[in-house]
Write a protein that binds this ligand. Structure first.
Ligand code: SF4
Length: 318
């Protein structure tokens, strides 16, 4: 049967139709009209042995291999939940998210963060090192996500803290979540030197969408420069993934997403492909699936909310 995570992005005169599976991240371009018709018809209905004709068998095999078709008894949503839960408990890896600064050089309309003028102090850096030393005995490796605000506004913190953490854990790896604007070639080199092997950059659609939804605080354009930075990072072998925050407006303009995919593909020499994530409702932004705004962004899974201990530990009164 078709996966519940399939998205079909219709082609235009100059771009092919794309099919994307947001669970496996598989992306297939359909150049040929006959292929497109076959694929659309296969994905439009539950598959039975009778419909598995020799003519479509090869296509069905490709779609199955890439997760566009799944066995009828599979529950993909349950699998995703289970993976998340297992990942939390079985790891011998300590995972830290470190914010070198709370400031940001963008002012995205859906951002849920306040951006006070606060940077990480040397005392906090020392505290992190002491914490990592204190858990060293219980773990084999350390994984760090550099986050913000915009973490590249304080690249100096990453450069100073990373070697100290690597001195504690020889098995060390890290990634950065950034808006990509400051990730110039030299910054990418510094990141690689600091053990950062991958970067997640958010781009919200092709140029006009992106500039409108993710404006720089000084109003300068960012789209072309981010693509340039992706190009340089990929050349240096820093792995780049491009996240697209999907809201309802963008879902109504799927053809423009093909433009973004093509731009990122060209800039990265085919090494980076955008993936799509729904926007969760907050006071600034309507929820992708319900269209509602909420006052607070609760990250606690629904099934834990009944627990008095969880509610007591929560700092917000949502
Ligand atoms: S780049 Fe990230 S942190 Fe900065 S305003 Fe946009 S969403 Fe918020």
């Amino acid at each position: 049967m078709p996966s519940r995570y399939n998205i079909i992005i219709s082609g235009t005169a100059s771009t092919p139709t794309l099919i994307l599976n947001t669970y496996t991240s598989a992306l297939i371009a359909l150049d040929d009209e006959t292929d497109e018709e076959t694929v659309r018809s296969i994905l439009a209905r539950p598959l039975t042995r009778e419909t598995d004709t020799p003519a479509s068998a090869k296509t069905i095999a490709t779609l199955s291999r890439n997760g566009f078709l799944v066995e009828s008894e599979r529950d993909e949503r349950a699998e995703i939940n289970l993976r998340g839960e297992l990942g939390r408990y079985r790891s011998r890896q300590v995972m830290l998210t470190i914010l070198p600064t709370l400031r940001c050089n963008f002012s995205c309309d859906y951002c849920f963060e306040a951006h006070p003028d606060e940077n990480m102090t040397p005392e906090v850096e020392d505290g992190i090192v002491r914490y990592v030393q204190s858990v060293r005995r219980d773990y084999d490796s350390l994984f760090v996500t550099w986050f913000g605000g915009e973490p590249l506004l304080r690249l100096s913190v990453i450069r100073s803290l990373a070697p100290k953490l690597q001195a504690v854990f020889s098995h060390y790896s890290s990634t950065i979540i950034t808006n990509g604007f400051l990730m110039r070639r030299q910054a990418s080199r510094h990141l690689l030197d600091a053990g950062v092997s991958s970067a997640q950059i958010t781009m919200d659609g092709p140029e006009l969408f992106h500039e409108a939804r993710r404006p720089h605080v000084d109003g300068v354009p960012t789209y072309a420069r981010i693509l340039e930075n992706i190009h340089d990072a990929c050349e240096l072998d820093l792995a780049v993934s491009v996240r697209v925050n999907m809201d309802r407006k963008m879902a109504k303009a799927p053809e423009s997403m093909a433009r973004l995919i093509a731009d990122v593909y060209d800039a990265s020499g085919g090494r980076a492909v955008p993936y799509f994530s729904p926007v969760f409702g907050y006071e600034n932004a309507p929820d992708f699936s319900t269209g509602n705004r909420t006052k607070s962004l609760c990250m606690i899974p629904q099934h834990h909310l009944g627990s008095p201990a969880v509610r007591a530990a929560c700092s917000t009164a949502c």
